[in-house]
Design a protein around this ligand. Structure first.
Ligand code: GDP
Ligand code: GDP
Length: 442
């Protein structure tokens, strides 16, 4: 089991910077304008090899209207509910503000484990602010500098202390992870119908796609269940189109898609049937495969398509030609607007997840290896046979195999492709990336 850490605090204290530091990628946008981080984001944090889930929360902002504030507050509260420990971040350079006190009071009343994190503590200027921080009544502040990476070991100890006894091991194994929610991302070009699909799936307006532009400019995660199965929907960078984004934020878009993909286990690449599969779609699809995620192609706006056969054939052909590395990738036609085939899309998602998690027994694999190498032996190199001796599945998610070979460097790529396609067919592994590592072994 993984523990969950929530980051809370008023705007501009450095929550995003801390989140980035913990998660180790450029995951959140950092900006001097208060309120750039307006929604909740989450990621896998890592401190000295210890991994945990981090949720960054939105601050309570005065400059928004009451309804938006209310909704953000609900999200913040939900994040706190899930948290094993909450980090209340303050800015020691700016000193305490009424908003800091408001958060502190609120957290004290909530009776949840809280650590007071005093940020921007690098250098002398911080000392007075640090002393002042005791006044919040949350115990000893942990001095850190999120920007400079100072104080991380203290933070590490504090977070670890929040682990319930039984979970001391901390490191999650595949089984535990498999029992968690299915992590799903829906990606695609603007206007293909992603928000329509997401809203349909959730059955309610939970994406904050209200009139307040800009709300989803950063990534969010939504937990829900489909027919009783827990699912975590990780956003959908493309939804930010609604934000009429400008300048520096817009540039993060490809990075955002990649990041969204990395958070997901199964990725639905949504297309507009009238537009077909374009270069940009293939780029996204390749990212999904390269990242080792299970891919599904959703062909949306089926209701509005006139020549369906031609459209579908063109898409199918393009996939087979341009994505030979994921043969058999599931393709589902749907209408997000009319709610047609949404069930089938979700069945495909569960199916792909199952394939992605598949474990194949070593005995079966070696029987298979013997058969395929007998049917079609690897080419000889310098007059000597290259022999494949033994094979095992090293891991799942995605299925990854190790094959021991007498001369790994002499095995041609075409032969690897032959093995990969054979594995796919024999063990029914459509659409998922397969990794084969050839190792030297006598
Ligand atoms: P958030 O609104 O709480 O998410 O705050 P941000 O992470 O966006 O940070 C607000 C500002 O504080 C940015 O200009 C950061 O560069 C700056 N900042 C963050 N951490 C530190 C730190 O450790 N020291 C200093 N001096 N500035 C920091
Ligand atoms: P996003 O940019 O990918 O999030 O796309 P939207 O969900 O905002 O949808 C873009 C436009 O396509 C909107 O006008 C939707 O009403 C429309 N749309 C979405 N799904 C369908 C569909 O299944 N059929 C039709 N005909 N239109 C759709």
């Amino acid at each position: 089991m993984t523990i969950t850490v929530a980051i809370l605090g008023r705007p501009n204290v450095g929550k995003s910077t801390l989140f980035n530091r913990l998660v180790g990628q450029k995951l959140a946008l950092v900006d001097d304008t208060p309120g750039v981080t307006r929604d909740r984001r989450e990621g896998e944090g890592n401190l000295f090899g210890f991994t945990f889930r981090v949720i960054d929360t939105a601050g309570l902002e005065e400059r928004f209207d009451a309804s938006l504030e209310g909704r953000m507050r609900v999200q913040t509260e939900r994040a706190l509910e899930e948290a094993d420990i909450t980090l209340l971040v303050i800015d020691v350079r700016a000193g305490l503000t009424p908003l800091d006190e408001h958060f502190a009071n609120w957290l004290r009343r909530s009776n949840k484990p809280v650590a007071l994190v005093a940020n921007k503590c690098e250098g002398r200027a911080a000392e007075a602010g640090l002393a002042e921080a005791y006044a919040l009544g949350l115990g000893e502040p942990i001095p850190i500098s999120a920007e400079h990476g100072l104080g991380m070991s203290d933070l590490f100890h504090t977070i670890q202390a929040a682990i319930p006894e039984a979970d001391e091991e901390g490191l999650e194994d595949e089984a535990a992870e498999a029992a968690g929610p299915l992590q799903l991302a829906i990606v695609g070009r603007p206007n293909v119908g992603k928000s329509t699909l997401v809203n349909k799936l959730l059955g309610e307006e939970r994406l904050l796609t209200g009139p307040e532009a800009g709300i989803t400019r950063d990534s969010i995660a939504i937990d829900w269940a489909f027919e009783g199965r827990p699912i975590r929907l990780v956003d959908t960078a493309g939804l930010r189109r609604k934000a009429r984004v400008t300048g520096k934020i817009e540039k993060l878009s490809t990075a955002d898609t990649l990041r969204t993909i990395r958070f997901a286990q199964v990725v639905v690449l949504l297309l507009d049937v009238e537009e077909g599969l374009e270069k940009q779609d293939l780029t996204i699809a390749r990212m999904v495969v390269d990242e080792g995620r299970a891919l599904i192609i959703g062909v949306n706006k089926w209701d509005s398509c006139r020549d369906r056969d031609a459209a579908l054939l063109a898409i199918r052909e393009r996939i087979e030609r341009s994505l030979p590395q994921v043969r058999g990738v599931p393709l589902v036609t749907l209408s997000a607007l009319q709610g047609h085939n949404i069930d089938r899309l979700m069945q495909a998602v569960f199916g792909a997840h199952e394939v992605w998690n598949r474990r194949i027994g070593t005995a079966d694999l070696n029987r298979w290896l013997e058969a395929v190498t007998a049917a079609h032996p690897p080419p000889a190199s310098a007059g000597r046979r290259v022999r494949l001796k033994y094979m095992t599945q090293a891991k799942s998610r995605p299925p990854t195999f190790a094959i021991f070979c007498t001369k790994p460097q002499d095995l041609p790529t075409s032969y690897l492709r032959y093995l990969e396609n054979g594995l796919r067919e024999t063990f029914d592994l459509p659409g998922t990336p397969i990794r084969i590592n050839i190792r030297k072994g006598e």
